[in-house]
Design a protein around this ligand. Structure first.
Ligand code: KG4
Ligand code: ZN
Length: 363
């Protein structure tokens, strides 16, 4: 079957055509129109501008996606669209466009949760490499930092979450304060790498040597762990962020030059170690489950490396989508949409978008 999918929850408009045949997804096209250049001016996403920009491009990139895939609407069997969570005005553009198209061409429509979409990016690497539920999923993005127990393709239980800021949001804010333009995640990843190399003198095996370095012992650079120190699988990134802002102020006030690279490395180390700790705890609770890492921050090189170590040490498999599919894209929505459809979750004309998470913590 051929799936046409739409993603417009934040600052990327994406339309994809994905086929599903003999148990395997194939990406036929995956057009992503990014708005980051526009939002960079403001240092973050401006919701009203995002909605307008989605409305401007969605029709054009739908034609592009169909053309690149060598298909027309007549070949499409299912339409999938991100309906939540995200910026409400932005989501409404995709939802209404998809609803209109589905009604006009009598194609079934499914609503997709953005988080399940990120996780479904892991199904796009071929039959052999696709994870099979049950597994543990960690979604790290601009808006989320959460751990889920994925019991079945559409059955998610949240077993850990951030109590305040998301990891990506914190990288973006702190990165911006050290001069990296929005979105700062990738630049901060590179700056941290330089810091780890500087601290350890190692070009490659720097992360594991970092804790023994003088830079790590430097008290001026001490930052708190964002892992909540009880037996929950929760995080709090606002404490780390505030402590980092205070550290930057201290340097500014004393007129001392900030070693930016070492600062970035320390920040990244605390963030990554917290995630590694909570994932280890999750694995010990569900020892037979593999792990899926998903979301924009899954592109972080230090996190990818550290989690593959944790999983290897615990004898479980780690599935991470290729970097090109970690950020928001339509192909991941198509894969998640297929499973929604298979579970009977067809939407009708009453479908509405929602800014809210549909998967909430277990009580
Ligand atoms: O999933 P995504 O594309 O959008 C949301 O759903 O939020 O994630 C975007 C986030 C941004 O915060 C961006 O800075 C972060 O992913 N990001 C990274 C890296 N690449 C993108 N964060 C850390 N390291 C990276 N290499
Ligand atoms: Zn996302």
């Amino acid at each position: 079957m051929n799936i046409l999918a739409f993603e417009s929850s934040c600052d990327e408009t994406s339309v994809a055509v994905v086929s599903y045949l003999d148990g395997e997804f194939k990406i036929k096209s995956n057009i992503v129109a990014s708005q980051v250049e526009t939002h960079r001016l403001y240092g973050g996403v401006v919701p009203e501008i995002a909605s307008r920009a989605h409305a401007e491009v969605i029709s054009k990139i739908t034609y592009e996606a169909l053309e690149e895939a060598g298909t027309s609407l007549a070949d499409i069997d299912l339409i999938a669209v991100t309906a939540n969570p995200g910026l409400i005005g932005a989501l409404l553009v995709g939802v209404n466009f998809a609803k209109g198209l589905a009604a006009a061409s009598s194609i079934p429509l499914v609503a997709v949760d953005h988080i399940k979409g990120h996780v479904a990016a892991a199904y796009l690497s071929g039959k052999e490499n696709a994870p099979e539920p049950p597994f543990i999923a960690l979604t790290v993005s601009g808006g989320h930092t959460a751990i889920y127990l994925v019991e079945d393709y559409t059955d998610y239980k949240m077993i850990g979450t951030t109590r305040d800021d998301a990891i990506g949001e914190s990288f973006d804010k702190i990165g911006r304060l050290v001069g990296i333009p929005y979105p700062a995640g990738r630049g901060f990843d590179n700056l941290s790498r330089e810091g780890f190399i500087l601290a350890t003198g190692e070009e490659d095996d720097f992360y594991s040597k970092y804790k023994k370095s003088d830079a790590y012992r430097n008290r001026e650079m001490t930052l708190p762990s964002p892992a909540i120190s009880d037996d929950s699988l929760d995080f709090s990134f606002s404490g780390l962020k505030t402590a980092a802002i205070n550290l930057l102020h201290r340097y500014e006030m004393t007129g001392k030059e900030l070693p930016k690279e070492l600062f970035a490395a320390r920040y990244t180390y605390e963030a990554v170690e917290a995630v590694a700790k909570k994932i280890s705890m999750a694995i010990s609770r569900y020892p037979s489950h593999s792990v899926v890492l998903a979301g924009g921050v899954a592109a972080n090189s230090h996190l990818r490396r550290r989690l593959s170590e944790v999983c290897r040490a615990n004898g479980v498999s780690l599935y991470v989508p290729p970097i090109s599919l970690c950020g928001d894209n339509g192909a991941m929505i198509a894969a998640a949409g297929y499973y929604e459809w298979r579970a009977g979750g067809v939407a009708d004309s009453t479908l509405n978008a929602s800014a809210l998470d549909s998967i909430t913590p277990e009580v």
